[in-house]
Structure formats: structure tokens, C-alpha cells
Design a protein around this ligand. Sequence first.
Ligand code: PAF
Length: 290
Amino acid sequence: MELITLPELAALWSAQARRDGASIGFVPTMGALHEGHIDLIRRALQGHDRVVCSIFVNPLQFTNEEDFARYPNRLAQDQELLAAAGCHALFKPQRVDLFQDFVLQAYDLGGLDAYWEGPSRPGHFQGVVNVVQRLFSFVRPDSALFGEKDRQQLAIIQHVAQHERWPERILACPTLRASDGLALSSRNLRLNTIERQRATALYKALQAAAETAFKASVEETTRAGTTVLGNLLGGGVDYFGIAHPRTLVPLIEWGDLEEAVAVVAAQVGPVRLIDNLTLTRGERPSERAT
Ligand code: PAF
């Protein structure tokens, strides 16, 4: 696997791939890779001739200095995992190179940042979209793959890509979970054994909502989730709610929707965890556990 540090070299790598007639799949990450990221790489390999992964801990999207400073860094292990998965190139730019001559843009996020993570992390989604655009401008992929675990991020990137007519296809990929349901996340590395056990409360709350959804009211479904969180976590819950599957606007009633999404964020020990689950009127879609 090729290691590329300079943005101009990433652009050259991409141009060469195109000259070879190869399609390019891109998996942007912040490193500390886990099986969820590797699943994105495998999916990218299925649909593209060349796959490039980026690792860049983006300062623009952090609203908490400590979270940024303590974001896990495991480059050697990440490189091994990527190479073993068959990834062709790792783009690992330095901040100074990636942001040379960069001007922060205020993108139209379509109001998708008005709820959930938006108010809790002002500026976060603008930071994400700016860096994604910046990475795209060098890598120039055909498609980029994002996990549904960060569902609001995914919806916002899809919206901006469409609104700005970005040529890249934005592909959504399902959340991967540990056998006890905890969504895989690089931040889980910072949990100690007791916190790791407590963190399962998020998935248990989502499941409680899934069991009630469409059978009882939205209010009762929300209560089912918040009760589980209250019992298992006590404090630290930022939000638990039921949202429209596309706009992510909080729901008041099910209406004629066939699907909705339960969303949750809570502080567990030193980390703030987020998760979501699609709620369906009929059979629930299965999510793969590792
Ligand atoms: O989801 C992430 O890891 C980040 O938000 C992303 C998309 C790599 C942008 O920094």
C-alpha cells in the first residue's frame, strides 16, 4: 500500500489511476481504525478498481479541545489493517499542507444541523463538510463511503454533495456493532472496562424504542428509550429522540411513515458517544455484529 503525505501527490496518484482507466473509491477517516472502517474499505474494493483511505484528525470539526487532543492515534496499526484489507493507498496529510491557501466556506446545510448534534456541537458540521470537500479536491474519487453510525453527518454530506453538484457519489454503509450492540467507534478505545459496559446503554435504549415504535405513540417510544438510558446511565444523556428518516426533524407522530430513526448521544466516562437505529413499521433490518 502506498503512503501519500502531500496533497499534490494524492492528486497525482488519482490522475494516474484515471489515466489507467481505474475507478476510485475513497474512505475518509480520522484514524484509529476499527472493523467498521475496514468494512468500508472492503465495500469500496467491491465497486472500484482503486481504493484510497485518508487519515486526518480534522481540527475544524472539534468543539472540544480535549477531545481533539486525545483523539486516538495508532498509525502503525492502521497501516497494517489497511494493507491487509487490500487498500491501495493511504493519504495522510499534514495540517499545514492540507490547509494551505484554504478559505473556510459556509455551506448550506439545508437545516439538517438544526437538531441533535447541531446545537450540541456548533460549527461541527461545517468543519466536516469543509474538510470532506478539501480531501475530495485532491483525491477526486468517483465515490466516497460513509458509515450510517454518523447518520446526521451522512445526511448533511449527501445534501451538500447534491446542492453543490459535487461529482462524487456519496455511498451510505451500515453500522457495525460489537456482539453486545455497542456501535464500533474509535472513541470506544478511551473507555475503561466499566465505562465500556455502561456504553451498551445506548444500543439498549435504541432497541427499546425499536420494540415500541409504530405500535405506541412517538412520545411513548421516546419514553421507552429515555427510561432505559435513565436506568442504566443515570446522568450524561445529551439527547434521545425520534427523527424523520430523511430530514432528521424530530417527529411528533408517525403519520404515514414506514420508517423513522431513533437517535441518541450520551457522555460515558471521558467520551461522548452517539448512535442511531432505523425503526420500521414491519420487520427490522438487521445490522451486522462483529
Ligand atoms: O466521520 C469521520 O471520521 C469524519 O467526520 C470525517 C468524515 C473523516 C471528516 O473528518
